[in-house]
Design a protein around this ligand. Structure first.
Ligand code: MRU
Length: 340
């Protein structure tokens, strides 16, 4: 496979490396990944995270294992096991479907390598397309609010919602970003803050429960978020807390946009109620951990509810910013997403 380089994923001289996103921003550690069990552990622990990136990391591993001499049966099993690692982000299923098709070819090693290179390079182009379209919605001087991390760390390119913010800043120079810290795993506080800082984009970090008072004070002009799966009717799953923001935005009359590549669309899924939501460990809520160590504040026997994602109904969305265009409520209600 050719060398491929992204912000948090790289294939270099026949070796696959992933940047440990759990240790960012204070430590930059690249893991060498050689096996399905290693990749599963990296994905499950969110060292590798973000809907497009999970799919691409799994894809590069399958192509790498094929080049290492894996048999068709072993590779088929690898694809099945990787696909089952996290249930919500459909990009992983989309990528594994493409790899399963490539595996059917007689020259399956070449087919898998070609498919992996194509999926990686395609993601870069999809990011650019939606970021440019989304940036046209942003006016100079605006305050944008975002949730979780949807930047270059989460994709092979510039990102989804954060890619829009990057391009808007390139165009206008004077935008400001409110960054939800994004409990429980703090992807906003750790990763989005890190990316905005490295891009020299002005931002202010807030706890998730501060967004309402900012909107009430008229300090949020637009909200851009990413997605892990968009259903055919426009409902979508994204990092837990996104739905709260959509409800708040609706109440305060703030425009609320979801930004995602067409690889995040699941037209076979009729609506948000059919999106599987990953439930995660109680320890993520009873305390925190990261490069700074572990800490638990809740009582040992605390009951915990910890869904990784929530579903935002289409009726709360101002616009769907995809690589193919920006779609409004009317277009989505008429089936624009199903037609893609
Ligand atoms: O649990 P995570 O960190 O993988 O969740 C990530 C998100 O929810 C992102 O908003 C989504 O994947 C879009 S990333 C381009």
């Amino acid at each position: 496979m050719q060398n491929l380089l992204a912000r948090s994923l790289k294939y270099q001289d026949g070796k696959l490396y992933v940047l440990d996103q759990y240790l960012l921003p204070h430590e930059q550690h690249w893991h060498l990944c050689n096996s399905v069990s290693e990749m599963q552990a990296l994905i499950l622990s969110l060292k590798v995270r973000g809907a497009p990136l999970i799919g691409l990391a799994a894809t590069l591993l399958v192509a790498h294992l094929a080049e290492q001499g894996g048999s068709q049966a072993e590779l088929a099993q690898a694809i099945d096991e990787l696909e089952a690692t996290r249930p919500t982000a459909v990009n992983l299923m989309h990528c594994m479907k493409q790899m399963r098709e490539a595996l059917k070819q007689t020259a399956f090693v070449d087919a898998l390598v070609t498919a992996a290179e194509r999926l990686f390079n395609e993601d870069v182009a999809l990011c650019d397309a939606m970021a440019k379209l989304g940036a046209e919605l942003v006016k100079p001087g605006e305050n944008i609010l975002t949730h979780c991390n949807t930047g270059a760390l989460a994709t092979a390119g510039v990102g989804t919602a954060l890619g829009v913010i990057y391009h808007a800043h390139q165009q206008h120079g004077d935008i400001h970003v409110w960054v939800d810290e994004t409990r429980p795993l703090l992807q906003g506080g750790r990763l989005t803050a890190f990316e905005l800082e490295s891009w020299h984009i002005p931002y202010t970090l807030i706890c998730d429960n501060m967004a309402a008072s900012l909107m009430a004070a008229g300090k949020v002009d637009k909200i851009f978020v990413g997605a892990d799966r968009i259903a055919a009717n426009g409902d979508f799953a994204n990092k837990v807390g996104t739905y709260n923001l959509a409800v708040l935005a609706h109440f305060h009359g703030v425009e609320f946009y979801v930004v995602a590549p067409t690889t995040t669309l699941d037209v076979d899924c009729p609506d948000g109620q059919h999106i599987p939501i990953e439930q995660r460990a109680a320890t993520e809520v009873t305390g925190v951990s990261g490069s700074f160590g572990d800490c638990q504040w809740a009582p040992n026997n605390a009951q915990v509810f910890n869904p990784a994602f929530d579903v935002t109904p289409a009726k709360l969305v101002t616009g769907w910013v995809l690589n193919t265009g920006v779609y409004d409520q009317g277009q989505v209600a008429e089936g624009a997403l199903k037609a893609l």
